[in-house]
Design a protein around this ligand. Structure first.
Ligand SMILES: [Zn+2]
Length: 107
């Protein structure tokens, strides 16, 4: 599955764009640009990195719409929460489907 091109966060449509050129450093895989409602993902990274990075950036995006800058989670906290959630959901697709309400109907 390819990178989605948008995500709705609390009624606002954020653009998701593959972009390698705007990454600041070699260990930057993505950016959330709250002013532009845009998330950039480095599409030169392996697909699992892109997936984990998108989840990470979604936390930043969600926070930007709900939490004053001084009260936001630190980068380390976002990394921990996003990485742990990514591992749990990736390794447990039934749990992910249940949480999202996508579980299969049993006839
Ligand atoms: Zn971050």
């Amino acid at each position: 599955m390819k990178l989605p091109d948008k995500v709705r966060i609390q009624g606002a449509d954020w653009e998701i764009r593959a972009d390698h050129e705007q990454m600041d450093t070699d260990d930057t895989y993505g950016q959330s640009q709250e002013v532009h409602l845009r998330i950039l993902i480095d599409d030169t990274r392996p697909i699992d990195r892109q997936r984990a990075c998108l989840l990470h950036e979604l936390f930043h995006a969600y926070q930007s719409m709900n939490v004053a800058p001084k009260q936001r989670l630190t980068e380390a906290q976002v990394k921990f929460i996003a990485a742990s959630l990514f591992q749990i959901l990736s390794d447990n697709p039934d749990v992910a489907r249940f949480i999202c309400g996508l579980e299969k109907e049993v006839p």
